[in-house]
Write a protein that binds this ligand. Structure first.
Ligand SMILES: *Cc1c(COP(=O)(O)O)cnc(C)c1O
Length: 399
């Protein structure tokens, strides 16, 4: 099935790659094109292409219902949704935001754009997410906001962080990009904290080409965000607030609506992919698939594996061999943010758990364009690496 009999046949040493078209970690969901075009006709015929047209309004009201909240405000990207939500929720007169270091690559930039200094906290060893216990020691008189981030698989202790916020008076908001479909303590993700932010980038669960949105139950916050994303205008030429242009346009909303119609089906397909990874990785020594919590609703999107102590190669060697076969596995949130050079100031204490976890995990190909057959091949290739480890090691060391 692999067509590789020995290590000399690997793509890294000149063999034919296992996959002609690369298999990536992006979801890349493509709804039926006619469905997308049908939605698009609505705004095209109304000649309203942007500025909260009919499709953006429909999308916002459907997403508010989906997440069980009273308000949804759409944006041109998840990034600007985060920046503007920080601007609206952080305490004034203070300049630090507490966030995990083991997280989305650009999260510290988000804080810097909003005008704040990131203070990095450690994560819980099991959930791989920040928790009340890792946040509490960092709270100080300069803390303006807790930026909670749901990890790639499962959720952080959102209720616990809400309690910490209530107890200390420091607001908490969530980056829930990786938890669109999740339910936590019988509550749909979207209603925790002051607000939750999502992305509709093509690589995410809900594909709007590009885009983002914020969910909240706070009407004043919703109004402020709506004003800020549209230049800060309230009414014609009356500039109320520091704004910019961060609006979602109609064609992106058309794509997102078509994708939202199919979301349950996509999740069912993700579950089939996850089950196939479970089955084919089960007996490979040194590999642990991070399990979804199936006691609550989850989107089964990301496939995260840990390379354990008995895995024979380093993660970087493993990734190099996989990537050359066009299996575009990626290091999981590595390097962590506190180890990156930035042009702006950051603060961090000791982060022992983050530094250990940052070395051990990788994300495997997933999403709409990965079949069960692909997964079988990927798992067999991992098994091949395991079985030929001595030869691979010798070759890698000779280089
Ligand atoms: C992708 C991503 C973002 C940013 O979303 P964009 O729409 O690409 O700007 C933010 N947070 C997390 C966790 C992400 O994965």
């Amino acid at each position: 099935m692999l067509g590789k009999l020995s290590c000399a046949d690997l793509a890294v040493w000149g063999g034919k790659p296992l996959f002609e078209r690369a298999r990536s970690t992006s979801s890349l969901y493509t709804p039926d094109i006619n469905k997308f075009l049908e939605y698009s006709k609505v705004f095209y015929e109304a000649r309203q292409f942007t500025n909260r047209g009919p499709l953006v309004q429909e999308l916002e009201s459907r997403l508010a219902r989906f997440h069980g909240v009273s308000h949804c405000i759409s944006f041109c990207s998840g990034f600007w949704a985060l920046v503007l939500t920080i601007r609206c929720t952080a305490l004034s007169g203070r300049n630090e935001i507490i966030m995990p270091s083991l997280t989305y690559r650009r999260m510290a930039d988000v804080a810097a754009w909003a005008g704040y200094t990131p203070r990095f906290c450690d994560v819980d060893a099991v959930s791989m997410a920040m928790s009340p216990d890792t946040v509490r020691p960092l709270l100080n008189e300069n803390t303006a906001l807790i930026m909670a981030v749901h990890p790639i698989v499962n959720c952080c202790d959102a209720a616990g962080l809400e309690r910490l916020s209530a107890e200390t008076g420091i607001p908490v908001m969530f980056d829930a990009v990786e938890s669109v479909y999740e339910v936590l303590d019988s509550r749909k993700v979207g209603s925790f904290g002051s607000a939750e932010c999502f992305s509709m980038h093509a690589s995410k669960l809900l594909n709007g080409f590009e885009g983002g949105y914020v969910t909240t139950n706070d009407p004043a916050l919703a109004k402020k965000l709506t004003i800020m994303r549209g230049f800060g205008f309230s009414g014609q030429d009356n500039v109320e607030d520091l704004g910019l242009n961060a609006k979602l346009n109609e064609i992106h909303a058309a794509m997102a609506l078509a994708a939202l119609d199919d979301l349950d089906t996509l999740v069912q397909e993700n579950l089939v992919r996850y089950r196939h990874y479970q089955k084919t990785l089960e007996y490979i020594p040194g590999i642990r698939l991070v399990a979804f919590n199936e006691a609550e609703q989850t989107g089964f999107k990301n496939i995260l594996i840990e390379l354990q102590d008995d895995w024979p190669l380093t993660r970087e060697e493993t990734l190099r061999l996989l990537n050359s076969e066009n299996i575009l596995a990626r290091a999981y949130y590595s390097p962590p943010l506190h180890l990156k050079k930035t042009r702006y100031k950051t603060v961090s204490g000791p982060l022992p758990i983050t530094e250990t976890l940052a070395e051990r995990f990788m994300l495997m190909p997933c999403g709409h364009r990965v079949s069960e057959d692909d997964i079988s091949k990927i798992s067999m290739f991992l098994l091949f690496m395991q079985e030929h480890a001595a030869d691979l090691r010798a070759r890698l060391n000779r280089e």
